[in-house]
Design a protein around this ligand. Structure first.
Ligand code: SAH
Length: 421
């Protein structure tokens, strides 16, 4: 479908958003929109990403037939609205001539696929922009699935001296590169995406006791063969000394230092080269305590049983991510998934898809997947969106000091309801 776009420089106004949201190809894409009975999530086990034993490298069960289902696997609308978010930020930031879309932990590649479909449908808007895709993925099994999903399997291994381990061209003609570490992604203006990625990283657990903080460790139960158990460290550990914030008021805390390091890297890159990061995950703003749990075949699973065979997950502490970005970038959120998607125009998009779908089964499927994403009892409230943005993106010009400044900065889509102009 061709778009008519009434363009306002530097500002994806509500009307344009509405037009784009309504105009993205009118039907539910083939094979998209499936939904499993329960949403379930990720793996902070110590060896989750280990090349030989890790859950992701061996099992990596995203999707209906796996251990957990994620929002992009539930509905194509999710990825489409995220694609629009990147375009709106690209426009708000003055339409730089090139950008990299960098996804951390792309799973089956579904989210990137949906985003690239939006980029293709908005090709007239992006026509002068040089876009490339960079996927950070540790799992050989999942990177193969991503390659099939995004390129039809037309990929080649990169030479040893290149930072990417694999490269190819997307079905829509965009170059795609695969890396094992965010540090291998070349510098440059980049939009980062981390959906259900941070909850996959290992955590440390701590318990406040009368003797001070103790680390929760795993050891072998001496009384039951092949059984693991939780124990408290008899004294302080390096982690209790380094990872607990002095102002901490909770009695039980989970800290993910690897997430902190990655957010610091993202923030440094955004500060230096420009761009933005969108993080969406299970989480809280520094309020929850014991959230570590396991999922196998969409059911809760004892985290200590059969390590490496279940998806282990812990809620992301967004207050910790905010602290890690401090000084380098501004942050927005966390806001609830249902608020973010509503601000991005999910209701309008649903109406268009419903109008264009001929059969009852598809309409029911659309309504069911909307409910999964938006219902506060399902994924609407427990999932959050959080963004890292350059300071200048949010700093409102002080009109007294700068009487020449023409208009305020455009609101950041998703975190604000866009005003219809
Ligand atoms: N974003 C996808 C998949 C989430 S599952 C979705 O929402 O559907 C978590 C993803 O992160 C998987 O692709 C897993 O292989 C990857 N992953 C886990 N640990 C990683 C690490 N340390 N570095 C890079 N990728 C990792």
């Amino acid at each position: 479908m061709k778009f008519k776009i009434f363009f306002q420089p530097f500002f994806l106004c509500g009307r344009l958003l509405a037009l784009i949201t309504a105009s993205l190809c009118g039907g539910a894409g083939p094979g998209r929109g499936g939904c499993a009975s329960s949403p379930a999530h990720r793996d902070p086990g110590p060896c989750a990403a280990s090349p030989s034993q890790g859950y992701y490298t061996r099992r990596g069960g995203v999707g209906e037939s796996g251990d957990f289902i994620t929002s992009p696997e539930i509905s194509q609308v999710f990825g489409e609205l995220i694609g629009i978010w990147y375009i709106s930020e690209w426009m708000a930031m003055g339409k730089p001539s090139t950008f990299q879309l960098v996804e951390l932990g792309p799973g089956r590649g579904t989210l990137t696929e949906d985003i690239l479909r939006v980029f293709q449908q908005l090709a007239s808007v992006l026509s002068k922009c040089d876009v490339s895709v960079h996927l950070v993925e540790v799992s050989p099994k999942l990177s193969e699935i991503q390659a099939v999903m995004l390129t039809g399997g037309k990929v080649q291994p990169s030479p040893e001296d290149e930072s990417a381990y694999m490269k190819g061209i997307s079905k829509t003609g965009i170059p795609i590169f695969w890396y094992r570490d965010i540090q291998d992604v070349p510098p440059g203006y980049s939009f980062y995406l981390a959906h259900e990625f941070f909850d996959a990283l290992p955590i440390h657990k701590f318990q406040r006791t009368e003797k001070g903080w103790r680390e929760v460790l795993v050891d072998i139960d001496p009384e039951v063969p092949d059984q693991l158990r939780f124990v408290l460290s008899p004294s302080r550990t390096p982690a209790t000394q380094n990872f607990i914030q002095p102002e901490e008021t909770r009695d039980h805390v989970e800290v993910c230092p690897e997430a902190g390091v990655i957010v610091q890297r993202l923030a440094s890159r955004i500060e230096k080269d420009g761009g933005a990061a969108l993080v969406a995950d299970y989480g809280h703003d520094g309020t929850k305590t014991d959230t570590f749990r396991g999922f196998r075949n969409h059911k809760l699973h004892d985290v200590l049983s059969a390590p490496g065979t279940a998806d282990l997950t812990a809620d992301v502490d967004f207050s910790y991510l905010r602290k890690m970005a401090r000084g380098k970038t501004a942050t927005l959120g966390p806001i609830k998934q249902r608020e973010f998607l509503k601000n991005m125009g999910i209701d309008l998009r649903l109406q268009v898809l419903l109008q264009n779908s001929g059969d009852t089964a598809t309409r029911e499927q659309l309504l069911h997947s909307y409910d999964m994403l938006m219902n506060p009892e399902k994924m609407g409230d427990c999932f959050n969106f959080f963004a890292l943005l350059p300071h200048q993106r949010l700093a409102h010009p002080d009109k007294k000091d700068k009487p020449e400044s023409k208009s305020p900065l455009p609101p950041v889509a998703g975190f604000n309801e866009l005003l219809l102009k």
